[in-house]
Design a binder for this molecule. Structure first.
Ligand code: THU
Length: 142
């Protein structure tokens, strides 16, 4: 985890991108060979990163976003202020459906989700755009 630099002018996007790009290099993806890195900023400005970790029992593998969220929670963070996913696909690499729901647990409809390639951010979305009319903690009414 590293602290956000309050002097930065890009809302910390460069730091998020760099964290995701770097952790992507440590991805364990011997089966798909599709490396993904994710980095998020929490409510305290901390950055948490994760990569995909595949498994010989294929469904047991985990996505980069799941790793980043687990790192945030383990460090005491509880809200995702922004998240960036970095992959090198033929098209845009956005969070998979399950990861959109994982993000939803700790984010609001306006939370930015940035899709990046190795060269930088390709497109930016809000959570509501990627997961409209979503089910979340408030739905349970607790
Ligand atoms: N993957 C992620 O890590 N995040 C996503 O949102 C999309 C997919 C990983 C899972 C698997 O290890 C590889 O990419 C190919 O699907």
């Amino acid at each position: 985890m590293q602290a956000a630099d309050p002097g930065q002018s890009d809302d910390g996007l460069a730091a998020l991108f760099e964290a995701a790009r770097a952790v992507r290099e440590r991805a364990y993806a011997p089966y798909s060979r599709f490396r993904v890195g994710a980095a998020l900023r929490d409510e305290r400005g901390g950055i948490h990163a994760g990569c995909n970790v595949e498994n010989a029992a294929y469904p047991v593998g985990t996505c980069a976003e799941a790793g980043a969220i687990a790192a945030m929670v383990a460090a005491g963070g509880r809200r995702i202020a922004a998240i960036l996913v970095c992959g090198d696909g033929a098209g845009l690499v956005t969070p998979c459906g399950a990861c959109r729901q994982r993000i939803r647990e700790f984010a609001g409809p306006d939370t930015p989700i940035h899709a990046a390639g190795p060269g930088g951010i390709a497109r930016s979305f809000t959570l509501a755009a990627l997961l409209p009319e979503s089910f979340g903690p408030e739905t349970l009414g607790e």
